[in-house]
Design a protein around this ligand. Sequence first.
Ligand SMILES: [Zn+2]
Length: 429
Amino acid sequence: MPWPGRSAACPQAAQITIHRGTNEIGANCVEITHEFTRILVDAGSSLDGSPTSLPDDIGEYSAVLISHGHQDHYGLIKDIPKDLPIYIGDVAWDFMQSLRIFTGKSPLPSRQRTRLEAGKTISIGVIAVTPYMVDHSSPESFGFLIEANGKTIYYSGDFRAHGRKSRSFNYLCSHLPKGIDAMLLEGTMVRRNNAEFANESAVEEGMVDAIKNEPSLVCLSCSAQNIDRMVTAYRAAKKCGRVLVLDIYSAWILRIAQKLSKNIPDLKWSGVRVLSHNKAASGQYQKMKQQKEYFNDFVQELYHPDNELWEKDLHNSPSKYVLKLGDYWVAHIIKSLESSTVIYSQWTGYLDRNTPTFNEYAAALKELPGVKFKAIHTSGHITSSDLERFVAETKPKRIIPIHTEHKEEFHRLFPQTVVLDDEEMFDIT
Ligand SMILES: [Zn+2]
């Protein structure tokens, strides 16, 4: 039986409803229903700040799965009823809590939560879900193979083939069942180009060139939660004989990421220091102090003589360092230097002042005297050519575009495309 009150052409079929995400990049919110089991896959907020909300009857769902720790996939998590089970990666959860703390919000109270693990199938009522680890700019990201009523659905989440975990992409190509009945595929890049820096290795080479050509301080504008990029920055700094200097927040994020790999740079490493004193550090220090028990011994570690750094160190020996701070504080440090390089390592769309996602602090760095501003970035999302490769390998019966501003473009790429609108129910027959 379908859920009471819902109309379906085929009452026995499993159904997909994309509540939001068919016409935009972000705000992903997808329902899979079979019989009396309903799961919500992602609970994202919009990237442009437009209002989003969970389905009105969220309390009637069986569970919520969060694919990864980006707000356009988890941003509504605070509104999920406390007794509804949530499945989420451990690191994704900790990243979310940390971002809340460092942006002045209190952490979410502890709640019923199960850790997602790649390959470990979860049974939720009559629906089975198997998470697959994917390569993305958030370090613990999953796609979901969903089985219901003898049919298969794959939800790609956000993924790519050109990051530091590109092996996950090859694994996915060879291990996903062939001929999936309905594949929800992200299409962020269907009309975007990633050619200038095609992968993380190209970004690393670009950073090395930029650092070598700068006799003074090099600063980095990027997301600390993009762990691939933080690894790239560390490697580039090391190749140029420089130390990577972090703000407190970035150092903490890297500490959380140690759960995934001990090869991720950490403040204990000799090539990493933390700007833990003076104005640029005081705001983050205060926020950390308010949640002392959450950070535990990390506070003492920050102020160990091997780890700490002062602003005067940066001004006295700028050529020794690559500095990763928030953009506002980068400006504070470099305004008194005659020369510096800013490596802008995010999507250049954030620099367009005519869009709602405009980042005024990053854009302001471009205008500072003596600054060489270099955009060196590769996307967190899959290119069109890799999408084609993925589809050629996995041969899905139907492809449903999501996380895209150009869903009609999928018809050109894939004849088996089924375009849905937000809130349109689709039977998997
Ligand atoms: Zn993402």
